[in-house]
Design a protein around this ligand. Structure first.
Ligand SMILES: Nc1ncnc2c1ncn2[C@@H]1O[C@H](COP(=O)(O)OP(=O)(O)O)[C@@H](O)[C@H]1O
Ligand SMILES: [Mg+2]
Length: 237
């Protein structure tokens, strides 16, 4: 199948005593919206980083569209990664932030302008082109980060706790906005969170991680009505 992501028996450790991913097997068809839910330290960020190519793996294989990603550097994978703290470029305005990935791909000026305009419209930021990112609210910064991540048309979108740096009131509204935007895109999405409500809102399938292992993967109904074990039942209650 095209643009299918497959992880086979992936193991990752940081030194002999810190095993972060254990025998991770995962197949994601194109267009899947997956949430990865687990307590802090369960390996969620590590999972995203190895898919992005920001970390190597110790054993196993990662395939995309039938090909191993082993020797493909991060920038050649065409994956979008939105960091927990958004990591906007502080010395660039909104337009420049969103245009960054397109410039890196040597797109011409006209194409960049059109694409950035589209992304700002999608995220409700039309008219913000010349704004300084340091003067934006948390919610606006999140939307700039999303526009920047989506601008180069990634084949896979990864969001690492995209709401966690925002205050609670904002979070509820932005969760809806974010999931609405994601729902309009036919792009495979991996949404990482430690929050149950966010996980079920953002993904039709939720993968539960504990200590670097996948405990269970399924729909909300599967997980709540048929938890794989006592730990999952307790974690979701
Ligand atoms: N570069 C690193 N070196 C050593 N240990 C690391 C490194 N990155 C992550 N870890 C370990 O992984 C754990 C967190 O894993 P992480 O994937 O960030 O989990 P999560 O995102 O689920 O909170 C930390 O407790 C830490 O011990
Ligand atoms: Mg994390």
């Amino acid at each position: 199948m095209t643009d299918e992501l497959i992880l086979q028996e992936v193991n990752k450790s940081y030194g002999p005593d810190i095993l972060m991913l254990r025998d991770v097997n995962l197949t994601l068809a194109k267009g899947t919206h997956l949430s990865v839910l687990g307590p802090s330290g369960s390996g969620k960020t590590t999972l995203l980083r190895i898919i992005a190519g920001l970390e190597s793996i110790d054993s196993g294989n990662i395939l995309f569209n039938g090909k191993s990603l082993q020797d493909i550097p991060p920038y050649k994978r065409s994956f979008g990664y939105m960091f927990q703290d958004f990591a906007l470029f502080p010395h660039m305005n909104v337009f420049q932030n969103v245009a960054f990935g397109l410039k890196m791909k040597n797109k011409d000026k006209g194409e960049i302008k059109t694409r950035v305009g589209k992304m700002l419209e999608l995220t409700g930021l039309s008219g913000y082109e010349n704004r300084n990112v340091n003067e934006l609210s948390g919610g606006e910064r999140q939307r700039v980060a999303l526009a920047r991540t989506l601008a180069p048309s990634p084949r896979l979108l990864m969001l690492d706790e995209p709401l966690s740096s925002l205050d609670r009131v904002l979070r509820q509204n932005l969760l809806g906005e974010l999931t609405d935007i994601i729902a309009t895109l036919n792009i495979t999405t991996i949404f990482v969170t430690h929050d149950h409500e966010e996980a079920f809102a953002a993904g039709s399938t939720v993968l539960i991680m504990k200590e670097g292992r996948i405990e269970q993967k399924g729909s909300r109904e599967d997980l709540i009505q048929r938890p794989a074990n006592e730990w999952v039942r307790h974690f979701l209650s």
